[in-house]
Each structure stands twice: as structure tokens, then as C-alpha cells.
Design a protein around this ligand. Structure first.
Ligand code: GLN
Length: 190
């Protein structure tokens, strides 16, 4: 399986390390041609405005949307923001998941936190969620499945068909279950 990690800004390296541990071939994506032949793409955390602007400058937005017609995409944290249809402000986004997102929903950098999460269909007990200036999902369309909510009801993981989005950073833990989940999503896609 060939997985790409969008490597414009943010913690793409940590995702690559997680994927390689699972025995996957990883390619850093910086140019449209780097998308050729990939089965899946991860959009990492970082600053969603910066990643969006760089993706626009590198002429990657349309090629990613083209890739999305058959490929699977997972956005984490800043990457979740890019997956949204609406973020309540003007910035380049992909609009792939029918959801509204509130950026920096839990406060500033100093308000970062970790929490044990129950994630739908993820066996083996709670998943340690690392939230760093994280977004939350405030609305989902009817085609979107909510996979995880915090105790206060904040939606922090969703899936719409081939698209996955999480508010937190699984690549910053040693737990590779969500990366494995994404690979399984790709294997079982229709
Ligand atoms: N606050 C960032 C944004 O909204 C996301 C932070 C992150 O990816 N850790 O773009």
C-alpha cells in the first residue's frame, strides 16, 4: 500500500514514522505528481491557514480534489480543518466532509490537553487523545458518521465514506490503532 503525507508544514514526519512502523510505503507529497499511484493521503496537523495557502501556491488543491474522487484522505487537527466544508472564516479549505468546524475551540496553546477517548469501532480500550489548539466539529451532515465525542459533547472524530478526520494527534502517541484503522478503511473501500 502506498500512502502519501502532505508535507508542506506541520508534523508530517511523525505520521510517516507511524506508517512505516506498520510496514507501509510512505511518500511525502509536495507536488501534484507526488499524488500519482497513492492509495491514501494524510493531511497532518499544523497551521491550517499556512497549509492551505501553501497548497494553493504549490497548485495542489485541484489535484487533491481529483485524488479524492477515488482515494482515501485523513486529516488530523489542522488537517481536519482543511477537510471541512465550513470553518466560519475565509481561508483555503478542501470541503470534502460535510461538516462545520470551530478552530482553536478549546483555547490557546497553553490550554492543550490529553484525554482518554472511546472511539467507535476501535477495539482494545481507550485511545489517548492529544489536543493541541485543537478544532472541534460543531455540525455534521447526514452522510457523516460521528466516531468520537468528548464528555461535553464536542465531536472530535468523524468519517464520511473514504474521508476520516480527527481533532487530535494520534501520530504523537505510540498507539498506531488509528493509522491501522485508516489502512483498513482503504483496504475495504468500495
Ligand atoms: N490551531 C490550528 C488550526 O486551526 C491547528 C493546530 C494543530 O494542528 N495542532 O489550524
Amino acid at each position: 500500500m502506498n500512502i502519501g503525507v502532505l508535507a508542506l508544514q506541520g508534523d508530517f514526519e511523525e505520521h510517516s514514522i507511524c506508517l512505516r512502523k506498520l510496514g507501509v510505503k510512505v511518500r511525502e507529497v509536495r507536488l501534484p505528481s507526488h499524488l500519482n499511484g497513492l492509495d491514501g493521503l494524510i493531511i497532518p496537523g499544523g497551521e491550517s491557514t499556512t497549509i492551505g495557502k501553501l497548497a494553493t501556491d504549490y497548485r495542489l488543491v485541484d489535484p487533491i480534489l481529483e485524488f479524492a474522487k477515488s482515494g482515501s484522505i485523513w486529516g488530523t487537527c489542522g488537517g481536519l480543518v482543511l477537510m471541512a466544508r465550513d470553518v466560519g472564516m475565509r481561508q483555503p479549505i478542501l470541503g470534502l466532509i460535510d461538516m462545520t468546524v470551530e478552530r482553536n475551540a478549546f483555547g490557546r496553546q497553553v490550554d492543550s490537553f490529553e484525554e482518554n477517548l472511546e472511539i467507535e469501532n476501535l477495539q482494545g480500550g481507550p485511545f489517548r487523545g492529544v489536543f493541541i489548539r485543537a478544532p472541534r466539529v460543531t455540525r455534521v451532515g447526514s452522510g457523516v458518521k460521528v466516531l468520537c465525542q468528548l464528555k461535553d459533547g464536542s465531536i472530535v472524530a468523524v468519517r464520511q465514506g473514504r474521508f476520516l478526520a480527527t481533532s487530535f494527534h494520534p501520530e504523537l502517541t505510540d498507539d498506531s490503532r488509528l493509522h491501522a484503522y485508516f489502512l483498513e478503511m482503504i483496504s475495504n473501500r468500495d
